[in-house]
Design a protein around this ligand. Structure first.
Ligand code: BTN
Length: 250
């Protein structure tokens, strides 16, 4: 990796496409994938989005100054594409630690990053036959108020860190690339271990709301595929999709 004036250079293997405004960088990536005009390594960055998408059909606040980007990543042959969620989670976490080393970051399953216990970034992965659009939003300068979100949010500015979208994008691409290579070379286990080392409130009470209701119990860990293991009163539950909360944080 080249370096100039103390700043890491944009990594080889990524091609940056910048926009002042888009509906959604994920939507743009998927349009280009279906038109055959995007390929792995392309990354779409918009200064603002006017239809930013979050998980479970929610909207994602996308003001200028925050980072809104989507990278096209390919799953490695023989590895479940769902594990890209952990490449994205660990890439985002490490990139945040690079640009804001004094802040306190942790992971919330499966791929949110928390800062001081509040959500600072989210990931939305949308797939098509032709590739995967890994969308990442990071609150650099602004976070939505508590009454507008399911989980309280925060920005890097709120914790005294000044980070530009360009600086964040470069750090993110470097770290996504590293975790993507580890996954291809060594499989999922190193990602699972690294994720657990930075998990928010492991061992404490967790609640997961799934399509079938809410499971509450002790947060034990992740299974070999990355599903959440919760020891509840009625026995052990393994949750592979849902939103998680920490009743003890409230
Ligand atoms: C979540 O709900 O936590 C996921 C949020 C993902 C937001 C990012 S911003 C860039 C990309 N484009 C979108 O429309 N969504 C993702």
């Amino acid at each position: 990796m080249a370096q100039s004036a103390g700043r890491p250079a944009f990594p080889d293997g990524f091609t940056l496409h910048r926009f002042s405004i888009l509906d959604s960088t994920n939507a743009e990536a998927l349009r280009r994938l279906s038109a055959g005009t995007a390929s792995p390594g392309d990354i779409f960055v918009a200064d603002m989005q006017d239809a930013g998408r979050g998980r479970s059909g929610r909207t994602w606040n996308s003001p200028s100054g925050n980072l809104h980007c989507t990278a096209i990543l390919r799953p490695h042959a023989g590895r479940p594409p769902a594990q890209l969620a952990f490449v994205a989670a660990l890439g985002t976490l490490d990139a945040l630690r690079d640009v804001a080393p004094s802040a306190d970051f942790a992971l919330k399953w499966p791929n949110d990053t928390l800062c001081s216990g509040r959500k600072v970034s989210g990931v939305l992965i949308e797939g098509s036959d032709t590739g995967y659009a890994v969308g990442i939003g990071i609150n650099l300068v602004a976070a939505p108020p508590d009454e507008e979100v399911r989980f309280p949010a925060i920005s890097l500015r709120d914790v005294g860190a000044t980070v530009s979208p360009d600086e964040m994008t470069t750090a993110l691409c470097i770290r996504l690339d590293r975790w993507h290579r580890v996954w291809g070379r060594d499989g999922f286990e190193p990602l699972r271990r690294a994720w657990l080392e930075s998990a928010h409130r492991i061992g404490d009470t967790i609640a997961a709301s799934t399509g079938k209701g809410t499971v509450e119990g002790r947060f034990v860990g992740l299974d070999p595929e990355g599903a959440l293991i919760i020891d509840a009163e009625g026995g052990r539950s393994v949750v592979s999709a849902g939103d998680v909360f920490f009743p003890g944080d409230a």
